[in-house]
Design a protein around this ligand. Sequence first.
Ligand SMILES: [Zn+2]
Length: 258
Amino acid sequence: MKIHFIGTSSAKTSLKRFHSSIVIKEKDFTLLLDAGEAITKALLHQYVYFNSINAILISHLHPDHSSGLPALITQMHLDKREEPLFIYSSINNIEKLKDLLYQSYLFQSRLSFQINFVAFEEGISFSVDEKISLMGKRNTHLDKYILNDVNKQLSFESTSFLITFANHKIHYTADIGGIDDLYLFKSELPTLLITEISHISFEDVLIVAQNPFPHKILLTHYSDEDKQNLDDFLQKLPEELDDKIVLAEDGLLLNLSS
Ligand SMILES: [Zn+2]
């Protein structure tokens, strides 16, 4: 299985890197994790063709993770896609994603392909491919907005994921609220942690890195301003953690054995 970093920037738009997004590829199956603003250009930059994507997973509804979805569906249609597309998100977000496409005039009856929306539930594992299964758990990223929702119409679902493939257990944080969210899948002993580094500190990452699990930590979702500080931290890492913590860049490709 390949993990391909399509974008590694935070919510801050950068001319050097695209918003955080990852492609997971196993043989003919391709899953896109998050589709923020400019995802179509980000994919083209990485030579990932729109209609090679079988499924899209949306972690939450912040624009740097979801607002590129209508543009991507439009490109798939313009490329005359015929294969069905699966869109996965939490049961609390899925109707809002349907509405986003509807409000963008992307009516199912006018599209060249079928979109299958699949809602997952908290803590329940589901398969996206023969060999890849996922489990989502709600994290605290959006809790700070609850008081703003005077009309009680928002979803506060921001999901972190455990991706299981062969002997690998990958904890993908998407966006989180703080260090406690790094332990959402603690009992599963994740082998790899892919974490955002905008809402936690490098010290938080160092604390997690002291444990035998995960074996490796990839940092993503950082601004251009943060990059210098992160590079400085990484240069001062103790030798035993030198290979364990890596700052991901757009285009980074990781191969996981099956
Ligand atoms: Zn974000």
